[in-house]
Design a binder for this molecule. Structure first.
Ligand code: TUI
Length: 314
């Protein structure tokens, strides 16, 4: 069994986080991942404080194990949700798509373990100084909002820049990815795309099927022009958006074109106007299965790989 310092720190059995995917990672999915021995994470995304509070309570009704909340820092509700996690006694907060400095002190005072996603060495150093408990190094292979660097390049540099435990994310969906992450110096992984296929993941069946059928070149990045690059499945919508981005459309028109597209994918499976966020690793996601089985399976796959690697050393 693979154990690392993050397991003891958070009171989890396996060093696996279920990524906090906006509109997708609700209380039900997070509870299933936590019950399975990993860390389930509720995504605040662009939702209101009331929604997040409700999801935290749903998760708590389904599991006594620790759960986390991911706060998407571009959200207009970020300030409100920063308070909700304190009021609801959440133990772990992860952040994404920005710099959470202004919240760190109040979260730490409330006894919350803060684990920011960092996409650069500079932010990793700042978060270490401000008292983060661990860092998530997320490479641009991931779905959703992406940074510039790949996981292979980012993880070792973040490990060099901090003495905190580092969780690798982006492009990991099986035991090979887990083993590789450990080789790069990480002591845990976060997976998003793999959990899109979880039985407890309530996305529209069309979305799940698209992930399970995806092939190697099935994703693309759009949104660079407005400063928020996002990786999603290469659907007609993504292609049209990309064309508009490099055509004559104004920023306002472009913003309007993208608005609501994620909800349309998640709730309605809308082929024409939906934006189906996905990491590049979707091609390795083969079937629907319970979240607990995903966690157990990837960790069991990683074990013989890590053992074999040590035998190469003579
Ligand atoms: O946050 C994510 N993934 C997301 S958020 C999201 S919702 C959204 N909708 C529309 C536009 C944008 C987002 C969908 N997927 N992943 C974590 C992540 N954080 N990846 C990269 C970063 C990141 C990038 C730059 C974190 C910090 C950062 O630097 C900020 C700074 O100020 O230094």
């Amino acid at each position: 069994m693979i154990k690392s310092e993050i397991c003891g720190m958070l009171g989890i059995q396996y060093p696996v986080f279920q990524g906090g995917m906006a509109w997708i990672a609700d209380g039900k999915l997070a509870a299933a991942a936590s019950e399975g021995g990993g860390l389930g994470i509720i995504a605040a995304g662009n939702a209101s404080g009331d929604y997040v509070r409700e999801q935290i309570r749903i998760a708590k009704s389904l599991t006594e194990k620790p759960i986390g909340v991911n706060i998407m820092l571009l959200s207009p509700f970020a300030d409100e949700i920063a308070q909700v996690v304190i009021e609801e006694g959440v133990k772990v907060v992860t952040t994404g798509a920005g710099n959470p400095s202004k919240y760190m002190e109040s979260w730490k005072d409330a006894g919350i373990k803060v684990i920011p996603v960092v996409a650069s060495v500079a932010l990793a150093k700042l978060m270490t100084r401000l008292g983060a408990s661990a860092l998530i190094a997320e490479g641009g292979e991931s779905g959703g909002h992406v940074g510039e660097l790949t996981t292979m390049v980012l993880v070792p540099q973040i490990c060099d820049a901090t003495n905190l435990p580092v969780i690798a994310a982006g492009g990991i969906a099986d035991g090979r990815g887990v083993a590789a992450a450990f080789m790069l110096g990480a002591c845990g992984v976060q997976m998003g795309t793999r959990f899109l296929s979880a039985e407890e993941c309530s996305i529209h069946p069309v979305y799940k099927e698209k992930i399970i059928k995806a092939k190697d070149l099935c994703t693309m990045v759009t949104g660079k022009r407005l400063g928020h690059p996002v990786r999603s499945l290469r659907t007609q919508f993504a292609r049209d958006y990309s064309k508009a981005e490099y055509g004559g459309m104004s920023d306002e028109e472009l913003e309007a074109l993208g608005g609501g597209a994620l909800r349309l994918a998640v709730q309605e499976g809308d082929n024409k106007k939906g934006c189906f966020l996905s990491g590049q690793i979707a091609a390795l996601v083969k079937k629907e299965q319970p979240a607990a089985d995903i966690i157990k399976e990837v960790m069991e796959e990683a074990e013989p790989i890590l053992l074999r690697a040590s035998q190469w050393v003579k």
